[in-house]
Write a protein that binds this ligand. Structure first.
Ligand code: GLC
Length: 574
């Protein structure tokens, strides 16, 4: 094993989760984690991409034993929960979002016992575990899809998916003109064992991810069962992948010209979803009230977005409006305002997200001329000023951590890792790259294994001298955890300091915000009686509101003013 063991004693017998929930366990918030039903409202949730977090068995790919060995690092960082992207058996046509079996763990990651051990170890350290469930589609290797292919046209097995005959005299045209989110068409035609072209099936993502038919009772029952399976094993929450896409208009009409009325799109944000998730909520609530449902919901209309967050539906959803907004004071303030006011209507806490495994790393994105994120504008060779991007990413992290609600941190962002844009083309794995005909670099650049120690790859990620599933850059020695841990000015220290404050100061996390008057290029707000957060997005130093001291800053002050691209948390009391 190439990774240093954290605080976990591997020889200790695993503790069952049911035993843990009956005990009082240390909670990062200082309370009793076992009984705190609202833990998620102001939580810091750290996203683990298991393939790239830590590799305990030295095969170049991260695993659950690796995550277990690094729980001490995460507890120290000050996170309340981890969200792991899919860990199930998968052909990896889309990084595990093509699930072949929901009741097992991919052998490359470990096994069910390892997953249960991880959940229990984490909980004992005050860290809850959130897992990913992908209801829109399964893998084409899933038993249901294999059975559907084998059973042939017209069979009940095919009704669990969207199989249709093609259009045109020989069915050679796809059933409609929908396109895949990864580029190209959303339909793939099967070929019979005799070699004759057959029916088409729908996949809003890669061909290895056939869409399920949510009008089918088997599908609804199966996912309810999957939720119970994992809640029984102690998971604290479910991140629902592509949560706005599962319900389809069964007529499968072509997309209308222009924007359809709310709820009338053939597969985005349809009203049927609300009832599906109401059923899921009832299941979650039957576990004592502290299990959460978190939607991955990409919707531009915030009023439609918060409909999913009504008290009997989902608890929470990722705030992509904030995540994709450019580094611009007016735009960010508008996003914060509309987020907070729309969430207040339904009583749900907002979430603040700066990145994840699908988008460009913040230090890279903020170092560009166009600082907004959009999937369709990613290109190879975009000029980047990493120094500028890093200053802004530090300021953005402090801003996001001070806002009311939950905060999501994607692994490696606490180290200030840049997007890796020089990966050899033949090593790229993301279907977005291939399906765009090589135009879109895809998402591999934010999924490179993270560096822990040392000066050469794999930087303590796995066995010394080993090859990692995506290659790490040669200059990542300066980004390792070890290199940053004792440097008070490092990105890691900034995150540790701020997350500690976020836990210790009761006015941070869930709660209210009060705007403070400021120059137009400055965002300033108050959290309780003793903290003002000020971010300068302008190009010249900004005046600071009256204060008695400084909790933390993303960069040193200059002559009592706040430099450009800087955030400070100011103290107000003596
Ligand atoms: C979500 C995931 C992404 C995946 C897609 C299809 O957007 O975050 O990684 O490719 O769903 O499952």
């Amino acid at each position: 094993m190439g990774t240093a063991a954290g605080d976990v004693d591997e020889r200790a017998p695993p503790v069952r989760f049911e035993e843990l929930t009956r005990q009082t366990v240390p909670s990062p918030g200082g309370g009793d984690a076992a009984v705190s039903a609202d833990w998620w409202r102001g939580a810091t949730i750290y996203q683990v991409y298991p393939r790239s977090f830590a590799d305990a068995d030295g095969d170049g790919s991260g695993d659950l034993a690796g995550v277990r060995s690094r729980l001490g690092y995460l507890a120290d960082l000050g996170v309340d929960a981890i969200w792991l992207t899919p860990w199930y058996p998968s052909p990896m046509a889309d990084g595990g979002y093509d699930v072949a079996d929901y009741r097992a763990i991919d052998p490359a990651f470990g096994d069910l016992a390892e997953a249960e051990g991880l959940i229990a170890d984490a909980f004992a350290m005050g860290i809850r575990t959130i897992i990913d469930v992908v209801p829109n589609h399964v893998s084409s290797e899933h038993a249901w899809f294999r059975a559907a292919v084998a059973a042939g046209p017209g069979s009940p097995e095919r009704d669990r998916f969207w199989f249709r005959d093609g259009r045109g005299p020989r069915g050679e045209q796809p059933p409609n003109g929908w396109t895949s989110n990864f580029g190209g068409g959303a339909w793939t035609r099967l070929t019979s064992p005799e070699g004759t072209p057959e029916q088409w099936y729908l996949h809003l993502f890669a061909p290895g991810q056939p869409d399920l038919n949510w009008d089918h009772p088997d599908v609804r029952r199966e996912y309810q069962d999957i939720l119970r399976f994992w809640f029984d094993r102690g998971v604290a929450g479910i991140r629902i992948d592509s949560a706005a896409l599962l319900a389809k208009d069964p007529r499968l009409p072509d997309l209308p010209d222009g924007t359809p009325d709310a709820g009338a799109h053939p597969y985005v944000d349809r009203d049927e979803l609300q009832d599906i998730y109401r059923g899921w909520r009832r299941i979650g609530d039957s576990y004592g009230g502290d299990r959460v449902l978190i939607g991955e919901i990409w919707l531009a209309d915030v009023d439609r977005f918060v409909r999913y967050l009504r008290p009997d539906i989902l608890h929470s959803a990722f705030n992509f409006d904030f995540m994709t907004a450019p580094w611009d004071a007016r735009r960010l303030r508008r996003s914060i305002e509309s987020t907070i006011s729309a969430h207040a209507v339904v009583g749900a806490p907002p979430t603040w997200v700066l990145s994840n495994h699908d988008v460009t790393r913040p230090v890279t994105r903020y170092g560009r001329t166009d600082t907004a994120f959009a999937f369709d504008t990613k290109r190879f060779g975009t000029p980047t000023d990493l120094g500028l991007g890093t200053r802004r990413a530090r300021a953005a992290a402090l801003l996001a951590m001070a806002l009311p609600g939950a905060y999501y941190l994607y692994q490696g962002d606490e180290l200030g890792l840049p997007e890796v844009e020089e990966l050899p083309l033949e090593r790229l794995q993301d279907p977005m790259y291939a399906r765009s005909g090589g135009v879109d670099p895809g998402r591999d650049g934010c999924r490179v294994p993270i560096p822990w120690s040392g000066d050469i790859p794999p930087y303590g990620f796995g066995a010394a001298g080993g090859r990692t599933w995506l290659p790490q850059p040669d200059d990542w020695g300066r980004y390792t955890v070890n290199a940053q841990l004792n440097d008070p000015d490092s990105m890691l220290s900034l995150h540790r300091d701020a997350l500690r404050l976020r836990r210790d100061l009761p006015d941070l996390g869930d709660g209210a915000l009060e705007w403070v008057r400021s120059e137009p290029e400055v965002i300033a707000f108050r959290r309780g009686p003793d903290l003002v957060c000020v971010t300068n997005l302008g190009t010249s130093p900004a005046h600071l509101p009256r204060h008695t001291g400084v909790w933390v800053t993303s960069r040193p002050m200059e002559g009592g003013r706040l430099p450009p691209d800087t955030t400070a948390w100011l103290r107000l009391r003596h």
